[in-house]
Design a protein around this ligand. Structure first.
Ligand SMILES: [Zn+2]
Length: 326
């Protein structure tokens, strides 16, 4: 008699950002992925590059875990992805519009493929494995080059009618504000993203109230980025802390708007700026308490840092693909 042993089920996740590609292979129920890799964003044909990255990750994972078989692939992409897996538009992915990522990768790989917005994927990972684990209603906001969000409502991903829900980065918060990468005026991500913190740092330097920020940027005012503001603030510089405090107020404006609309149990702040921890989150919490309607008469909504780091998007994509297998 032969006893057949079913291979362990694995899933692969890819996260295509503006500058890099993160890849994860994991068992659907694992607390840690089997494999995480990071590479520069590939050039050339997007589908060919994503298929190659997926094949490479699958081969590496199956070598490391010979009884495992990758059965599905999830892809997170920084843009509007419709329910059919078509990337319609991404303000930070110039030239990539109406790309049928899902259908094309399904043909290429012969596997189940799920494609979703990158922040939606990251939010699902934080909800399932990270800082929002155990909640039913969570909002994860990723503060990076731009702003993305992943919303879980009643334990399921909120996608909206067309798949485009969760784009608070493009809420208008100042009709007289700067122009956004999306072409519109005054979007929240022009005030509360890493890019926005850099702009605020350059403004402070230009107005003579950013000596430590300028020093952190090596004395070149054009080179000031968000991390120079946060480095100077973390080192105790009062002027940099004032810039960060103002930035945190703008973060709180958008977070409060989200709480007003969605009433989550918890708000998770992810993306590169979440590494600042309480240096950023404490002033956000203080400002949010002032901005929230009826704050004295409702439950406090915790605002916490994400816990999965930059692998969240790829991991969440893998978990969304795993859900398609069931
Ligand atoms: Zn915008």
């Amino acid at each position: 008699m032969t006893v057949s042993v079913l291979p362990d089920r694995l899933v692969c996740g890819l996260d295509l950002g503006g500058t890099k590609l993160l890849t994860v292979v994991t068992a659907p129920d694992a607390d840690e992925p089997l494999l995480v890799t990071k590479s520069p964003r590939p050039g050339g044909d997007l589908i060919v590059a994503l298929a190659a990255a997926a094949r490479e990750a699958v081969a590496a994972a199956e070598r490391a875990h010979p009884t495992g078989r990758v059965e599905a692939v999830g892809v997170g992409v920084a843009g509007l992805v419709d329910r059919g897996g078509v990337l319609r538009y991404g303000p930070n992915l110039p030239g990539l519009t109406d790309v049928a990522v899902g259908p094309s990768l399904t043909d290429e790989l012969g596997l189940t493929v799920v494609v979703d917005n990158d922040a939606t994927c990251a939010g699902w990972a934080e909800h399932q494995r990270g800082s929002a684990r155990g909640s039913r209603d969570s909002v994860t906001v990723t503060l990076g080059t731009g702003i993305g969000a992943g919303v879980t409502s009643g334990g399921v991903v909120l996608r909206g009618a067309h798949g485009f829900a969760g784009e608070p980065g493009h809420m208008t918060v100042d009709p007289d504000g700067p122009r956004c990468a999306c072409g519109r005026i005054g979007c929240w991500e022009q005030f509360a993203s890493g890019s926005a913190l850099g702009r605020m740092g350059r403004e402070a330097v230009a107005e003579g109230r950013g000596a430590a920020i300028l020093a952190a940027a090596g004395g070149d005012s054009d080179a000031v980025r968000g991390e120079h503001v946060s480095d100077a603030a973390a080192a105790g510089d009062g002027e940099a802390q004032a810039v960060l405090e103002r930035f945190a107020w703008w973060v709180a404006v958008g977070v409060t708007n989200l709480i007003h609309v969605l009433d989550p149990q918890i708000v998770v702040i992810g993306g590169g700026l979440s590494e600042l921890g309480d240096l950023l989150l404490e002033p956000v919490r203080r400002a949010q308490a002032d901005l929230l309607m009826g704050a004295a008469h409702r439950e406090r909504v915790p605002i916490v840092a994400a816990s999965l780091g930059e692998r969240a998007g790829a991991w969440g994509a893998a978990l969304l693909a795993a859900a398609r297998l069931d």
